[in-house]
Design a protein around this ligand. Structure first.
Ligand code: ADP
Ligand code: MG
Length: 360
């Protein structure tokens, strides 16, 4: 499966590591982390770890052993090139990214797009249709209005009229895609696209594809908590990742999952949010209301072969809320783990597809 032609979720952050050319795709504080459980006892066990800033967050690629013909420096360069290209294509924080140029275009004619952008837009549209608009990249202007995107506007409850105005141009049906030559057409010039709910998963898939192309069969890719894992770690064990409890003030493991040749992504309401009159408003916007979601589902983790699809689905399930999301996951055979808040307790629920993936 080519990364550009795909048809269909660690690390502590340090702002000073961000460089201007890797300006954030998602808000720095928005990151949901997973804990990679790969503790090694001796220095020689460490393998190769390539880490750095990307998309307003960090990435890490862990490989127990590199092929002899491939140097660490060469692989690091290839990884950084791919991530820089994805950022330059999909960031809404970069005024000259390909996506920003579409967002600021007043054209309602076909606009040519790169194969990379087409791949992610078409996957987005498929998940929008599947989820009946729960996942919808046209929420971009609303995301910004609520203060969860660029420019760094104040996070506050917007004026009701402003929400209504933007709702006119919100709706995945207002964009049309053409495969060949790849192009997009907006029904309204004002429609604004935001790929932050899917792009990190896509990036994880791209790095996994790069590693596969080098015949590396043991690796773990982590792009701001969106994971692709294959094979075994330095201790010759299947990779294990810890899913966080949705706590705002500290990090603690809720559950541990073993992963082989799969993607795992998480969406949550506990990192990027603001509180008004005791109520939390998080960065997941319900496209049917223009408001942040309001329910007791605090985090959703999805496992899928494609991290891009898992990433889009985690957002869709967050929008649906606990009951509808569970039903939807069962109906569509989605491997999903839900963490619900009940007072000061967390309730964990898994879909039938997910359960076998849990490590006892
Ligand atoms: P997280 O950042 O918690 O891992 P997501 O994958 O759900 O979670 O990405 C959240 C981002 O997706 C938001 O910051 C926003 O930019 C965008 N977004 C918000 N609501 C939607 C939606 N309904 N559909 C698509 N994208 C959304
Ligand atoms: Mg997502």
């Amino acid at each position: 499966m080519s990364c550009e032609a795909i048809s269909i979720t660690s690390i502590s952050l340090h702002p000073s590591r961000l460089t201007p050319h890797l300006y954030p795709l998602t808000c720095l504080l928005a990151v949901i982390c997973v804990l990679v459980l790969n503790a090694c006892s001796t220095p020689q066990d460490h393998g190769v770890a390539i880490t750095g800033p990307t998309m307003g967050s960090t990435f890490s690629v862990s490989i127990p052993v590199l092929p002899e013909q491939l140097s660490r420096d060469e692989l690091e360069k290839q990884i950084n090139d791919i991530l820089a290209d994805i950022n330059q294509t999909m960031s809404t924080y970069l005024a000259d990214s390909e996506l920003s140029r579409i967002n600021t275009s007043s054209s309602t004619d076909w606009i040519p797009i790169s194969p990379r952008l087409y791949a992610v837009l078409s996957a987005s549209q498929q998940i929008s249709e599947l989820s009946h608009g729960a996942f919808d990249i046209t929420v971009g202007a609303l995301v910004n209005l609520w203060g969860f995107g660029p420019p760094a506007s104040k996070q506050k409850i917007p004026d009701a009229n402003a929400i209504q105005e933007l709702m006119q141009w919100t709706g995945y049906q207002h964009i049309e895609l053409r495969a060949s030559p790849a192009a997009i057409r907006k029904a309204y010039p004002q429609t604004y696209l935001d790929l932050s709910g899917i792009a990190s998963g896509y990036a994880a898939d791209c790095l996994a594809e790069l590693l596969d192309s080098h015949a590396i069969s043991n690796y773990l890719v982590d792009i701001s908590g969106e994971i692709r894992a294959r094979g075994r770690n330095t201790r010759n064990q299947i990779w294990r990742v810890g899913i966080e409890k949705p706590l705002v003030d500290r990090r603690d493991v809720q559950t541990i999952i073993a992963l082989d040749n799969l993607g795992l992504t998480t969406a949550g309401d506990y990192r990027n949010y603001f509180v008004h009159k005791g109520k939390r408003y998080s960065h997941t916007i319900d496209p049917s209301t223009g408001w942040p979601v309001s329910h007791n589902l605090s985090a959703v983790t999805v496992i899928d072969k494609s991290a891009m699809i898992a990433d889009a689905l985690d957002t869709a399930l967050m929008v649906m809320g606990p009951d509808r999301a569970f039903q939807f996951a069962e109906e569509h055979h989605i491997a999903a783990l839900f963490i619900l808040v009940d007072g000061d307790k967390f309730i964990q629920k898994t879909s039938s597809q997910f359960s076998p993936a849990l490590l006892q």
